[in-house]
Design a protein around this ligand. Sequence first.
Ligand code: SF4
Ligand code: SF4
Length: 187
Amino acid sequence: MGNYFSNIFAGIGTALVGMKITLKHLFGHKVTMQYPDKYNPIRDGGLPDFTRNRLFVDMDLCIGCMICQRNCPVNCIEIETIKVSKDDPEYLKPNGEKRALWVNKFNIDFAKCMFCNLCTEECPTNAIYMTKEFEYSTYDRKNLYYKFSVMTPEQIESKKRIIEEEKAKKAAAAKAAEVKSTETKNE
Ligand code: SF4
Ligand code: SF4
């Protein structure tokens, strides 16, 4: 019988200890935030190296070198390029530099990305970088597949055609030179 009442008192004591902790946190300083209604603002200025946010690619800066694609440990970057022909009216950039490649495809699958930053670290033009955006969860995984290239299908076709024409011209010139050389030898 004594054990019965001591268990009851122990239970009441434990409940009181629990209530004391609850009341302390109820009226004390709040250490949690009601995310997503509230959250700490992201600080201004450069992001720290350990930032794990959404990537962005500035296609005006990207030169299509594919270093980021090779560095990605999970292969979530897909890049395709087209060589720029010297006959291309846009062979020179507005600043006078020669253009080497058109980047006709630059896709990142954020469903696979593990935000390791390896793609941003060695980009020679700082075209790919982490933004301040960290809220991009979605109900549809397809929405995590981002396409950064701004080239239209018509532009891609046109650039491919120009480089193919240049190749054909070079091949014809090489063939003509070969024929001429054979004729000279036979004379
Ligand atoms: S490393 Fe930079 S410049 Fe090279 S393909 Fe990637 S984003 Fe473009
Ligand atoms: S952050 Fe890492 S995983 Fe994500 S695209 Fe860049 S290299 Fe790939």
